[in-house]
Design a protein around this ligand. Structure first.
Ligand code: SAJ
Length: 408
């Protein structure tokens, strides 16, 4: 059986590799981070996710291997990071380019490279094709290139890997069908075949759609705050309309997807992206809005010492340990700019100390603070509401209704 070599063993690459292995394919997962590879080889996972441990065990018993080396084979799936350049807001394709080059160094003639990483529309034409061609390879015969963007949501990844529809973008329908067959090993939903540019664009559009819709909810929260209306009640009622489905406001938008992908469109089409840019700005303004709420409550209760404020949650959303672009980190940055140092922080999912004044024990954390700011609605806090009932609470996730809890 031919090996599938999955490159990049992060939040997307690892579960994907495990899923292929569980379904009987021969898989080698490759990552340049030797420590990560050794951890996996040692039988330990590198992040937490519902159902991941079980999947890992199944994949191990089916012989999945991990390595820092690219394998000589016919099929490569790239799930490497695609950061954006802060100043220009454009995608930085350097990790994809270097992964493609490493594949070219070892692959069989006629190999297929499937890029799963999110890329801005046009990246394959602009950067990847020229890179491959500059090395003397003919795309379509020496190398086949596809884009199969992932769609899984952290917190429900394993279910979504099997049950979400997928998109395969390819130049050649025959190769597309072959790769569709490959993903059908675990994907039970429809797999749509299209061209590469449509696959690139549809992925970025999906995340931009969600960003805009969250921004609408956040703008409503701000409007309602100025005139003392209950935004949750208003959204609840509006959503009873058969064609209205407003999302929930919150302390901001984090994660490596929704807060990043819309910038690719803004970076590439600055004159055409007013709505998208405004939505990004609204969502990015939410941590500042939370800071304003903290100031309101501190004033009202004559609390002067910021170290009496505790931020609950460091991850970018509930029940995950991923802290990338998290609203809490954004809020701490804002506090820093205002020389407001010393707020306490706790997150039951984040086991390493990544910020100052971070507590590892929930009760110790509660003992030190007067104002609790709920930034993330982990199940942990929902199950422990009893412990916080005597605190002043700023509840940005609408999970408790104590007399002294204040909304966004
Ligand atoms: N959020 C709100 N209000 C809401 C929903 C979410 O404020 O009503 C916030 C969350 O708290 C979080 C951020 O938005 O900070 C993003 O969370 P999310 O759960 O909406 O999405 P992600 O970033 O975890 O995953 C998204 C998904 N995309 C879409 O739903 C269109 C997922 O399917 C993609 O695979 C993923 O991006 C990705 O990797 O691109």
């Amino acid at each position: 059986m031919e090996t599938i070599n999955i490159i990049g063993l992060g939040y997307i690459g690892l579960p994907t590799a495990l899923m292929f292995a569980k379904n009987g394919l021969k898989v080698v997962g490759t990552d340049y981070n030797a420590e990560l590879v050794n951890t996996l080889k040692g039988g330990k996972l590198t992040f937490e996710e519902d159902g991941l441990e079980e999947l890992f065990q199944d994949a191990l018993s089916n012989g999945i291997e991990f390595s820092t080396e690219y394998q000589k084979t016919h099929t490569y799936i790239l799930a490497v990071p695609t950061p954006y350049i802060k100043e220009s807001k454009k995608l930085d394709p350097k990790f994809v380019i270097s992964a493609v080059n490493s594949v070219l160094d070892v692959c069989e003639k006629g190999a297929t490279i499937i890029i799963e990483s999110t890329i801005s529309p046009g990246t394959i034409d602009r950067y990847i094709r020229p890179e491959i061609e500059s090395k003397g390879y003919v795309i379509g015969s020496d190398i086949h290139l596809l884009h199969a963007p992932e769609r899984i949501i952290p917190g429900n990844m394993i279910y979504e890997l099997e049950n979400n529809s997928r998109t395969i973008g390819a130049d050649n329908p025959e190769i597309a069908e072959k790769i569709k067959g490959l993903y059908s090993n675990f994907c039970r939903a429809e797999i749509v075949v299209t061209d590469i540019r449509s696959a690139e664009m549809s992925k970025v559009v999906e995340n931009t759609y969600r960003d805009i819709n969250i921004a609408f909810a956040n703008e409503l929260a701000k409007i309602c705050r100025t005139d003392d209306m209950d935004v949750y009640e208003i959204i609840r009622i509006a959503n009873m309309h058969p064609r209205v489905n407003i999302l929930q406001p919150g302390p901001g938008v984090g994660g490596h997807c929704i807060s990043v992908d819309p910038w690719f469109l803004v970076g590439d089409y600055p004159d055409l992206t007013n709505l998208i840019l405004t939505a990004r700005k609204i969502n990015d303004s939410m941590p500042r809005h939370v800071l304003g709420r903290i100031r309101d409550i501190m004033r009202e209760y004559h609390i002067k010492d910021i170290s009496k404020v505790g931020l609950y949650g460091l991850s970018y959303k509930e029940n995950v340990d991923d802290t990338r672009e998290s609203p809490t980190l954004q809020l701490l940055e804002r506090m820093d700019e205002h020389l407001a140092f010393g707020a306490k922080v706790f997150d039951p999912f984040v086991k390493e100390r990544i910020v100052d004044h971070q507590f590892m024990n929930f009760e110790d954390f509660l003992n030190e603070i007067e104002i609790l700011v709920i930034m993330v609605g982990h199940n942990h806090i929902i199950e422990n509401l009893e412990l916080i009932k005597d605190k002043l609470i700023i509840d940005t996730k609408n999970i408790c209704s104590y007399e002294k809890s204040y909304k966004l």
